[in-house]
Design a protein around this ligand. Structure first.
Ligand code: RNT
Ligand code: ZN
Length: 419
């Protein structure tokens, strides 16, 4: 037995004493895929190869060297990151990451052929794929409106984009034999106080209904809609607000996407999960870390993340909750950012899976709030890290911080050569 196995054996016994089966927790964790967002690798740039700046009121700040400049580099970086993340996961692509082999294709013209190389690559790497139409960084989004644009021609363009993306998503799911989620987020809104808050929302309902008119097999394609509070330059009014999409998703039976950075700073998406699940078929989570605003910092293992993970696990609806990451930090090594954020998401889930769930629920029903609090607090000092290290070891990924050495090597041999 090596040191990790020895520590694990002791940890297993400690958890067994409070009625938690660590083997069961590990087995459950192995079944939870995380959708890794491709856009951390290149600061949400994409490969359309235009000079378009990142738009839509989102921002990646920092200029750490070594960002992926093309699809080959991005795939290489993702493979590197995945080699340090235990378990089987998914990749979340945006439409601007198309493989157009040098020919310019506009957003309303994309087809599965522009993503076939991603699908093939995903298959080789045992990954599922998720997808997003890109409603920003485009001349027709430059005035701040897309699906809710007052000009029918502009709306039409973006509806066609959404429709094209749904077909691509369904084909990704079909070819990979794994449900792909397509998430619609649009940046539409006003910087200053509008007079007409109604018309853009009416137009958005119509546009979404047109996009979702086609029927796809839910085994392979699911649609999600993502709300937001505000963006940079869009501070006064966001067409796709929380209430808007809550109503839309509930009435159309779509997935609702809750992004951790899209609410008031003291509001947590953890508490929303069990509410929303009463009314929609499922949820997509964009796990992120807002600092003072929707800053998309790398997810750390804080109370907020633990609360989200606990709600995912305690909901008994794991099959209806799709976990995606959404952060983009250009100030640190981008591969490390993926690894840190993903490992933290998984650690939080493991922590939640190592709760004596039945015992806690029973205490609560018995109104034994003293013991409920005591047990929850004692859990925090159980040897959780020993179980995590063991899980990493069993999945052939580095346990503890030795993964950082790998990143350093990769930085020297690969990233530092990208000028
Ligand atoms: C923007 C939304 C959206 C994007 C990605 C790139 O505020 O969170 O999900 O981050 O689509
Ligand atoms: Zn998001």
């Amino acid at each position: 037995m090596n040191r990790i196995e020895q520590s694990y054996e002791l940890a297993r016994q400690s958890y067994a004493e409070i009625g938690v089966d660590t083997q069961k927790a590990i087995a459950a964790l192995a079944k939870i895929p995380i959708s890794l967002h491709c856009w951390q690798g290149d600061d949400v740039g994409g490969f359309e190869n235009t000079d378009q700046q990142l738009g839509g009121g989102i921002q990646a700040t920092g200029n750490y060297p070594g960002k992926a400049r093309n699809i080959a580099e991005l795939r290489m970086d993702i493979e590197k990151a995945l080699s340090m993340i235990p378990g089987k996961h998914r990749l979340n692509l945006h439409a601007i990451y198309l493989d157009h082999s040098g020919k310019k294709v506009d957003r309303n013209e994309i087809t599965v052929e522009h993503f076939q190389s991603w699908i093939d690559w995903a298959k080789t790497n045992g990954l599922g794929l998720d997808f997003n139409p890109t409603y920003f960084s485009h001349p027709l989004a430059a005035d701040g409106f897309t699906l809710s644009h007052p000009d029918r021609a502009v709306r039409k363009f973006w509806i066609e984009h959404g429709t094209a993306c749904r077909k691509i998503t369904a084909e990704m799911g079909r070819q990979l034999g794994s449900t792909s989620v397509m998430n619609v987020w649009i940046p539409d809104g006003y910087k200053d106080i509008p007079v007409d808050r109604t018309a853009p929302r009416e137009r958005l309902v119509q546009s979404l209904d047109e996009i979702f008119a086609g029927k796809f097999d839910k085994t392979y394609e699911l649609d999600a809609v993502e709300s937001k509070l505000f963006g940079i330059g869009v501070e006064s009014y966001t067409v796709g607000s929380h209430e808007f999409y809550m109503g839309y998703a509930a009435s159309r039976q779509k997935l609702l996407c809750l992004d951790a950075g899209h609410f008031h700073p003291t509001e947590s998406i953890a508490d929303k999960i069990s509410s929303v699940l009463q009314f929609v078929p499922g949820l997509l989570l964009h796990v992120s870390r807002p600092v003072r605003w929707d800053s998309d910092h790398v997810v750390i293992l804080n109370d907020e993340l633990l609360a989200i993970a606990q709600e995912i696990v305690r909901s008994n609806a794991l099959d209806r909750i799709h976990i995606g990451l959404d952060f983009f930090d250009a100030a640190i090594n981008r591969i490390a950012a993926w690894v840190i954020g993903s490992r933290n998401m998984l650690k939080a889930l493991l922590f939640a899976l190592l709760e004596p769930a039945e015992k806690l629920k029973k205490l609560e029903l018995e109104k034994n709030y003293t013991q409920r609090l005591a047990v929850l607090e004692e859990l925090k000092s159980l040897p959780f890290a020993a179980v995590w290290d063991y899980y990493c070891m069993k999945n052939n990924v580095p346990a503890g911080s030795i993964w950082l050495k790998e990143i350093e090597k990769y930085e020297t041999s690969v990233l530092s050569k990208r000028l």
